[in-house]
Design a protein around this ligand. Structure first.
Ligand code: APR
Length: 272
């Protein structure tokens, strides 16, 4: 199967895939960074696609800011509950799986993701750093205490939807304020420990594999620049042009679910 995939992808980029594979096989401190594009082939919409992107259908200021939650906590909560249900229904794709297998080939590496889904973990990646939080996490809007709200099963959630009992977010058992999703909204700081870990990994990284991000949202979009300034190289995987194109060492133009298995196959060839 992998042979077929490398043959297909090779029509577009044989030389570049081999070059990138060589760099990865020789790397000592590789780093992987992902954005919404890696989960697109699992059926999760990206944010900035002009037609299917979440921000083409919804306004971030209505759903993804602390002010939006204060204004209309029920609306924001229900939107995230729907995203959780959508996530439970999808599976990791060939791109997520290839990244998990890459760690077996080149050694364990940190995987910094802007995604709030758990598809990297479900595919078997171990050192996942979530820069923008996690969809299944919840904590108190006021006192920040973590909450186990999301331990509920999908069935219980669906029942709650049917009875309308999830119209508003649950209340914090400590202070009584509303519980919110543990995702980073616009205007909020990134989780300090996650950012510190990602920044340190970028500073010492020799090859960054940057996949499926428009490279428009900061501070995450600073990471490739940190790698390049420290003398590392950047391999980008994306079917569309991005803000990173002119600075990337190699641009592998294509879908993550096709390019990454081909890249893994080419790394395997390097190792044999
Ligand atoms: N494989 C690889 N890349 C893909 C694929 C695919 N199959 N499909 C789409 N892409 C690319 C798009 O071309 C685009 O460059 O994924 C990128 C998605 O970009 P965005 O929608 O801007 O997502 P992302 O970069 O992750 O956004 C960053 O913005 O609103 C926020 O918090 C949200 O974490 C998110 C942040």
């Amino acid at each position: 199967m992998l042979r077929g995939q490398i043959a297909d992808a090779a029509k577009v980029k044989t030389g570049d895939i081999r070059k990138a594979a060589k760099m990865l096989a020789a790397s000592r401190r590789a780093l992987v960074m992902t954005g919404a594009g890696i989960s697109a082939e699992s059926g999760i919409p990206t944010f900035r696609d002009a037609q299917s992107g979440l921000w083409a259908k919804y306004r971030p200021e209505d759903l993804a800011t602390p002010e939006a939650f204060q204004r209309n906590p029920g609306l924001v909560w229900r939107w995230y509950q729907q995203r959780r249900r959508d996530l439970r229904r999808v599976q990791p794709n060939a791109g997520h799986k290839a990244l998990a297998r890459l760690a077996e080939r080149i050694g364990s590496y940190p995987l910094v993701t802007q995604n709030v889904d758990d598809l990297h973990e479900r595919a078997g990646s171990e050192r996942v750093i979530h820069l923008h939080g996690e969809l299944f996490g919840t904590h108190c809007f006021e006192c920040l205490a973590p909450c186990s709200e999301e331990a509920d099963t999908a069935e219980e959630k669906d029942r709650a939807t049917a009875t309308g009992s999830e119209a508003m977010p649950p209340r914090c058992v400590h202070c009584g304020a509303f519980i919110r999703p543990s995702v980073v909204w616009f205007g909020e700081m990134l989780p300090a420990a996650a950012w510190a870990e990602a920044e340190a990994a970028a500073q010492r990284c020799d090859v960054l594999l940057c996949i499926g991000t428009s490279s428009l949202v900061y501070p995450a979009a600073h990471l490739p620049g940190i790698v390049l300034e420290a003398g590392g190289q950047v391999v980008q995987v994306n079917p569309e042009p991005t803000a990173l194109d002119t600075r990337a060492t190699i641009n592998l133009r294509g879908k993550a679910g096709e390019i990454l298995p081909a890249l893994l196959d080419a790394v395997n060839e390097q190792n044999t």
